[in-house]
Design a protein around this ligand. Structure first.
Ligand code: NAD
Length: 254
């Protein structure tokens, strides 16, 4: 059986290294190309300074890099060879998401703000919880924690949870979210308070709390190892190659 030719974008980063480690032990893959902030090869994988060269000989690209790099990759791929792309890069604007979806009209693309099974289950539970809790007087707060090097806030996962709540309330995101801060301490009724912490090596934690007058209910997910995300991206890559062109996410496989 022919191996899947894999290219890893962001190969030297925290996530890229985890994807490399898992894929290099998986017989289904041959890691043929890397892309990062340098053209130095990474652990024996040829890395390219030009995106076109990186894309030229791969079946699928797994990308955990930066917003700018992902968009550059998409622009080249759309002009060049429409390679399948699996990306977990966060901090994207609405326009960036539109570009991802447009790519799905001509190629296979899978994007997820969080590749863990636990967060997919949390979203599923949230979908069932919202119509119930909405009948009562509960305030919702979201707290997310990540390592001190994280560049975006709130996290992509936090944004997707907030979008889910906004969609349930049938309101635009801006009308639903209240960013907790000293300048903005009082939350309007019905809004979701959002806070984040950055420190040390925290891989990722998301906690949704529902506060009643005399009680609190919470659902929380903690990632203990980046391998949870890397495994999810690798599973998604294998799955994506079996699909027709389109834009996919975790809800399509879980
Ligand atoms: P990191 O800073 O450790 O690594 C980033 C990698 O991308 C590096 O190899 C760097 O060289 C490369 N890179 C960045 N900008 C580039 C550019 N302009 N050109 C070429 N290469 C570039 O970051 P990380 O912790 O590995 O996270 C990467 C992304 O993945 C972030 O957006 C993060 O939020 C996201 N992430 C997503 C999930 C998920 O499950 N979806 C999980 C963890 C992290």
């Amino acid at each position: 059986m022919n191996k899947i030719k894999l290219g890893i974008s962001g190969i030297s980063g925290k996530m890229g290294q985890n994807v490399f480690e898992i894929a290099s032990k998986d017989d289904a893959f041959e890691i043929v190309a890397g892309f990062h902030n340098s053209d130095a090869d990474f652990r024996g994988v040829k890395c390219y300074s030009d995106v076109k060269d990186f894309l030229s000989n791969i079946d699928v690209c797994i990308d955990f890099s930066s917003k700018d790099n992902l968009i550059k990759l998409l622009h080249e791929a759309i002009l060049f060879n429409s390679v399948a792309i699996v990306s977990g890069t966060t901090g994207l604007s609405e326009q960036d998401h539109t570009e991802l979806k447009n790519y799905g009209k001509v190629a296979k693309i899978f994007w997820a703000s969080n590749f863990s099974i636990g967060v997919s289950i949390l979203k599923n539970i949230l979908g069932k919880l919202l119509p119930i809790i909405n009948n009562y007087d509960f305030d919702i707060e979201l707290l997310e924690k990540h390592h001190k090097f994280k560049k975006d806030a709130p996290s992509g996962t936090a944004v997707s949870l907030l979008q889910q709540i906004a969609a349930f309330k049938n309101k635009p995101l801006e009308e639903v979210v209240h960013y907790n801060s000293v300048e903005n301490p009082v939350r309007e009724d019905g809004k979701v308070g959002v806070a984040f912490q950055r420190g040390g090596g925290v891989i990722g934690e998301h906690e949704l709390s529902f506060f009643g007058t005399f009680e609190e209910l919470s659902i929380k997910h903690t990632a203990y190892d980046r391998k949870v995300f890397a495994n999810g991206a690798i599973t998604a890559a294998k799955w994506l190659l079996q699909q027709n062109d389109g834009y996919f996410s975790m809800k399509d496989i879980i």
